[in-house]
Design a protein around this ligand. Structure first.
Ligand code: SF4
Length: 442
């Protein structure tokens, strides 16, 4: 009987997609998916270290896997992958006493996972492989996509920017680009397998440049993916404000399949804090960019990331974040309390001097303000009709369907599961801060 694997994923879309790749590699090597961790011969924990909270989950999970072994008497192999694996490497074995980990595989070495597992079968010591690798190609047809509608495709790995708070340059390595021809081939194969939405991924996705052709930039890549027959929608994450050129804004406006949604991380509304974060844009630069984007694409919806409580953030700095988010009226904000991450410039050079209480008060105030903004924006959708790409059954009401508008608003509606993957015109009847509800237009 084939060995069975179970992958659990923490963190961002890039990690979700890495898990899809590892699943494909394991199936190529003869593994089959397991329904639960208790049925698995191999458990892969694909970790995130962007927030302290995310990293803590690994240690909790390893304890639970230990308890599972004691309960069932079975000893699955355990592999730790992702950013914590890359960041901690061999140290993971001592911090967890090593006894539940067989393989530690870094972010750039995931393709070697089956080979490492094979070696681990005869090796009494845990194997650790976190060496950097420049090659970012990935064989076509291996990835096991979990989402029936959306295909994640990595176009850039790593980042050279070293924002002061960010662990990515150390966990994902220096910036490396995939060839445009490989990206287009993968998108074409994803459409042939029934996917309707292509989601391009990179740490600074809009910094893309084909390694084989310096003239082929992100705007041109969008045009090439847009031209693939069968692609219905294109999204991308995450662009950097600094690299959002006129060519990219024109591509969003002119290419029919590129969604009218732009996630533009701001992190703080205060220019001195942005400078301390080494973001290389000011509040004013950002607001000018928002104006340019909105004049070119009036119906675009914007979202952002915000960190509260960065070292040195005063009440005045935080008020600048509150006023900026009011001024821009984002459709969504992903907000986090600052926590120092290992090997980052902020952790090494700055004192984490905003108290936990202040961080909590600030994030609560920001989220409350944002909730009111979203209620207003979604309320304005009522009575209007939107094209919604149905992507799942509703999480709360399984008899309903869920999908997204081009602007990335979640819309729930009555309908048949066979509609998943179809674009349906939905007239919005009611809306709350996080989603809207409607019926198919007649
Ligand atoms: S640009 Fe993004 S990924 Fe790169 S260091 Fe800054 S926050 Fe991290």
């Amino acid at each position: 009987m084939s060995p069975r694997y179970f992958i659990e994923t923490y963190g961002c879309q890039m990690n979700v997609h890495d898990s899809e790749r590892m699943a494909g590699l394991l199936e190529e090597a003869g593994y089959q998916p397991a329904a639960t961790d208790a049925d698995a011969d191999l458990i892969v924990v694909n970790t995130c270290s962007v927030r302290e909270h995310a990293e803590d989950k690994l240690y909790t999970r390893l304890g639970e896997i230990n308890a599972l072994e004691e309960r069932t008497g079975r000893r699955p192999a355990v592999a730790v992958a992702g950013c914590v694996a890359q960041q901690e490497g061999r140290r993971l074995l001592t911090s967890t006493n090593g006894h539940v980990i067989d393989v530690v595989v870094g972010t750039q070495r995931q393709r070697f996972l089956p080979m490492l597992l094979e070696r681990a079968r005869t090796d009494p010591f845990a194997l650790v492989d976190t060496d950097p690798l420049d090659d970012v190609s990935f064989p076509l047809g291996i990835v096991r996509r979990q989402d029936p509608v959306r295909a994640y495709i990595t176009i850039i790995e790593g980042c050279n920017d070293h924002c002061a708070f960010c662990v990515v340059p150390t966990t994902r390595g220096k910036e490396r680009m995939r060839r445009a021809a490989d990206i287009v081939d993968e998108a074409t194969a994803a459409v042939a397998s029934g996917r309707r939405e292509i989601h391009l991924l990179g740490q600074i996705v809009n910094h893309y440049q084909d390694p084989a052709d310096p003239n082929l930039d992100f705007a041109e890549l969008l045009a090439r993916v847009d031209a693939i027959p069968g692609v219905e929608r294109i999204r991308f994450a995450s662009p950097h404000p600094r690299h959002t050129s006129e060519r990219i804004i024109d591509a969003i406006r002119n290419l029919p399949r590129v969604c009218k949604h732009l996630h533009l991380p701001i992190q703080s509304g205060s220019t001195p804090i942005l400078a301390a974060m080494r973001r290389r844009h000011t509040r004013e630069d950002y607001l000018r960019l928002v104006d340019r984007v909105r004049s070119a694409v009036p119906d675009i919806q914007l979202s952002t990331d915000v960190i509260v409580g960065f070292p040195g953030e005063t009440d005045e700095d935080f008020e600048a974040t509150m006023s900026l988010t009011r001024e821009v009226t984002f459709h969504a904000i992903y907000s986090f309390k600052y926590s120092p991450r290992p090997n980052t410039l902020a952790a090494m050079r700055l004192q984490d001097n905003v108290s936990e209480t202040e961080k909590t008060q600030r994030i609560v105030a920001l989220q409350q303000q944002q909730r009111e903004i979203q209620e207003g924006l979604h309320g304005a959708m009522v009575g209007r009709t939107f094209d919604v790409l149905i992507d799942a059954t509703s999480r709360r009401r399984p008899e309903e369907l869920s999908g997204r508008t081009s602007g990335n608003t979640t819309v729930n509606c009555p309908g048949e599961p066979s509609w998943i993957g179809r674009t349906v015109s939905i007239t919005i009847e009611r809306a709350g801060p996080y989603s809207a509800w409607g019926r198919p237009a007649t």
